[in-house]
Design a protein around this ligand. Structure first.
Ligand code: ADP
Ligand code: ZN
Ligand code: ZN
Length: 823
């Protein structure tokens, strides 16, 4: 084993992959798979990661020219399987391998090295901001030290230390930037730093929430037992089998995870539990802690780097065998993993929004296969993708089984859901945010001294044409996505395919809705602040604690927990908030859930808009009636008949599923296809346009295959549309844009992509088109959308297409495979 395959950490798509190095005798024992090392690359010394050890260099590599590994910088942070997972991610998501490996490094480890006095190199570790126990004190040589007169921060630090040793954290609070001052002083021998090891991040989520330490139930429900049996089978198969626990909110899914982990632990194996960041609340953490105590390591982004490191290290050192965390906890250095749980598997936040753009559910499935573990997915509203795989039963050589848990333990019943049609409120001259029904219900909660949750669906930033009286929004014929309104050009634009339609009259004040004649064509949307204000007016004098929870009020560390604790402790309160209140809260005293505006997300120009809205409503509805008193849910909407809303109202998911699957199949979206969103951003308009066009051509060529070159179709027409036999209608622009609430309007006659090659069946390349978010931070954004058969190997294809284009520093290309953010 004289050689090592090493991935240099260089952020350039062109230099991706591993290179062979020679391992000098002195490093034989330490240069292991998973270590971080220093190697020469080109003319520089760079940091790299060892992904394999071999006896011989790879074929075709001249052994005499192989360079040596210079130094081992850090102990292993991943094993063989970790390396294989990173390689899989790099391929699957067309991402640089080094970026995938970075996910597996200890929290705080950087790509930078600094030279020590002795001449050896050290990794720069970012842990200075930890709530740490580093004590700084003056050394003897401090006496003779003369700070420069203008080094004010240095002076202040020295002054502070004269009174005696100080904790680094306190110094930093006293003198901004103290830590860099201390580093400088340390180098000169003026101060010394003493570390006192403490496991950070273990104690401070301690919470007084009543439900944070749920006791073990006396007996399991039938559904829970069935789920545990299925999980036991999957664990026993040791080949990555998947169990989808499809249980209504409050059916006891978390209890199932706890029991399943207990069983796996009894066999000496460990477990990883992924929870969406947003629902990684004190409640969830408390339940795992109360069952597994210090055997649990918690990883999430609200911890400081130092805290995260200590938690991570608990897993690596074998002190903790259960890791609970957000997305990245999947890469925790646990050995002998027998079970992986992905809770709320439908959550979009499992998709990372920067490279590597992996989906944690998919990476978890791959990791379960590689480790011979079982994967448990849990949700009250599973993704259509997971449901489809369970229908097939087999996916990538693993079995997929769905277990239903339709009931809540102890006979708690699902809440009654009332849908309020806001068009009628409007007609009845009620211009308030609250419908009469919601107003009465809120007053009732105040009178009975109960609790309510009021959710505001955050408004999409895109603008739509929507009629306040009939609620219609036009959609693109080809893409089934809502058209957005562009003020500057007075046009309606489809941001999937780039088609656009002129809108003549809007927003002329005399404009009427062609469907119903209404003059109220408007964008609407209110903020949480305004809801809070109206609520205070409504409940004046009733002594109700109104608590607002949104991005503003939860910006500081611990604020989220504090607000929830206040809500928990208050005898009578209303919690007002954005989507963040929908998830994971378990307060038995909540008897009313109000959704102020159910449909703002229903109309976003994204094929998952309806699914997301359905999930959100179902989740938030599940917050009501979890205790003894029955709950009520009031959903305010302009689109009361939409299947997503009706399914929630009637507790019948099939209503939504049937409708949505039909839409998806017709428009060839997942789960019937795979989809990638390739975005080009840059400052210069022409550079972005040209690169996006070139990229679209390259992708079309790559999809069409080499033999198709030279027989590009010159005739006007769309590649994708042709593949599916869709038709363009010609004729003058339509006047009846608002024919029906789901009005699809015909494509404009002038639309064409010239010079497009013919694509094989099941492939479509749409665009280039401007993104919905056409400009972000002064960068222009255009994109192409690629649809492919479900089994297609999209990653390598798109990576190859992108690599055929010459380097251009003016633009950034990002490839998002199985994209969740289409905007
Ligand atoms: P979910 O994760 O599906 O929303 P939870 O596991 O949070 O459901 O369970 C909801 C509530 O029911 C919790 O308070 C939990 O302690 C309780 N619970 C779970 N299983 C049982 C059971 N078998 N018997 C009684 N109570 C249970
Ligand atoms: Zn109308
Ligand atoms: Zn379109």
């Amino acid at each position: 084993m004289r050689y090592a395959s090493i991935v240099p950490d260089i952020a350039a798509r062109a230099i991706d992959g591993s290179f062979d190095y020679y391992v000098p005798a002195g490093l034989e024992q330490s240069c292991l798979v998973g270590t971080t090392v220093l190697v020469s690359f080109g003319r520089r010394d760079v940091v790299g990661y060892v992904i394999a050890r071999t006896d011989e260099p790879a074929d075709g590599v001249d052994a005499s020219r192989v360079l040596p590994v210079k130094q081992v910088l850090a102990a292993p942070s991943f094993d063989q399987v970790g390396a294989r997972l990173a390689e899989w991610m790099a391929r699957e998501y067309a991402a640089p391998l080094a970026l995938c490996l970075r996910l597996m490094l200890p929290p705080g480890q950087t790509m930078k090295v600094a030279r020590e006095d002795g001449g050896s190199w050290q990794l720069v570790i970012e842990r200075a901001r930890a709530v740490d126990d580093r004590w700084v004190s003056l050394t003897e040589s401090a006496e003779g030290f003369e700070p420069r007169a203008n080094a004010r921060r240095q002076l202040r630090v020295l002054e502070a230390l004269e009174a005696g040793p100080q904790r680094m954290a306190e110094l930093s609070a006293l003198v901004p930037g103290a830590s860099s001052v201390v580093s400088a002083l340390l180098k000169r021998g003026v101060v010394s730093v003493e570390h006192r090891r403490r496991i950070r991040g273990s104690g401070d989520e301690g919470s007084s929430l009543s439900s944070a330490s749920a006791p073990r139930p006396q007996r399991l429900t039938d559904g829970q037992r069935a789920a545990l049996d299925a999980i036991a089978g999957a664990v026993g198969h040791e080949r990555g089998d998947v169990v989808l626990v499809d249980g209504v909110t409050g059916s006891g899914k978390t209890e199932v995870y706890l029991d399943a982990i207990e069983r796996v632990r009894a066999h000496g194996r460990s477990a990883i539990v992924l929870v969406p960041e947003i629902s990684l609340t004190a409640q969830t953490v408390g339940r795992f802690r109360s069952r597994f105590g210090d055997d649990v390591a918690i990883l999430h982004s609200r911890l400081s780097v130092g805290e995260r490191f200590d938690q991570w290290d608990m897993a690596r050192s074998g002190r903790a065998h259960v890791v609970v965390g957000a997305r990245s906890a999947l890469f925790a250095p646990l050995s002998n993993v027998g079970l992986i749980v992905v809770d709320e598997e439908h959550e979009g936040s499992y998709k990372q929004d920067q490279a590597p753009r992996y989906h944690a559910r998919e990476a978890a499935a791959e990791l379960a296969r590689l480790r011979g573990a079982a994967l448990v997915l849990g949700s009250a509203t599973p993704s259509l993708e997971s449901l489809e795989r369970c229908r097939r039963g087999l996916w990538h050589d693993a079995s997929w089984t769905r277990v239903e848990m339709p009931e809540r333990p102890g006979g708690a019943v699902l809440p009654r859901v009332r849908v309020v049609d806001m068009k009628r409120e409007f007609a009845a001259k009620n211009g308030s945010i609250f419908s009469r029904a919601l107003r009465d219900a809120l007053l009732g909660v105040a009178e009975r001294r109960e609790k309510a949750v009021l959710m505001l669906n955050r408004r999409g930033f895109a603008s739509f044409l929507m009629c306040r009286e009939c609620g219609c929004v036009p959609t693109c014929t080809h893409c089934s996505t809502s058209l957005t309104y562009h003020e500057r050009t007075h046009s309606l634009v489809c941001h999937s395919c780039g088609r656009s339609w002129p809108v003549r009259a809007f927003p002329d004040p005399s404009t009427k809705c062609p469907n119903c004649g209404s003059r109220y064509l408007a964008q609407f949307g209110v903020g949480t602040q305004r809801v809070e204000d109206e609520l205070r007016v409504l409940l004046e004098g009733a002594e109700v604690d109104v608590i607002r929870m949104d991005a503003d009020t939860t910006a500081t560390k611990g604020a989220h927990t504090k607000l929830l604790e206040r809500f928990d402790a208050s005898p009578c309160a209303v919690l007002v908030g954005t989507q963040m209140i929908a998830k994971g809260l378990d307060f038995p005293e909540v008897t009313l859930v109000g959704v102020v505006n159910a449909d703002t997300t229903l109309k976003l120009p994204d094929f998952r808009a309806a699914e997301r809205t359905y999930h959100l409503l179902e989740q938030v509805a599940g917050r009501a009636g979890r205790g003894e008193r029955p709950g009520e849910v009031i959903v305010q909407t302009y689109w009361a008949t939409h299947p997503a809303i009706q399914a929630v109202a009637r507790h019948d998911r099939s209503l939504f599923e049937r409708y949505e699957l039909e839409q998806r199949e017709e428009a060839y979206y997942p789960p019937y296809s795979r989809l990638a969103n390739v975005t080009v951003t840059g400052v210069g308009e022409s550079a972005v346009r040209e690169r996006c066009k070139a990229l679209a051509d390259a992708v079309r060529d790559a999809v069409a295959g080499p033999e198709s070159e030279g027989r590009r179709r010159v005739a006007a027409g769309a590649a994708g549309a042709a593949a599916r036999g869709a038709e363009f209608t010609s004729g003058p622009a339509q006047t009846s844009l608002f024919a029906s609430p789901q009005a699809a309007i015909p494509a404009p006659p002038e639309f064409a992509w010239p010079g497009v090659p013919e694509l094989p069946d099941g492939w479509e390349v749409l665009g280039p088109a401007e993104c919905v978010k056409a400009r972000v931070k002064d960068r222009l954004r255009r994109h192409i959308v690629v649809k492919a058969p479900v089994e297609a190997d999209l990653g390598p294809l798109l990576a190859h297409a992108a690599a055929t284009l010459p380097q251009d520093r003016k633009v950034t290309v990002s490839i998002d495979i199985d994209a969740y953010d289409m905007m």
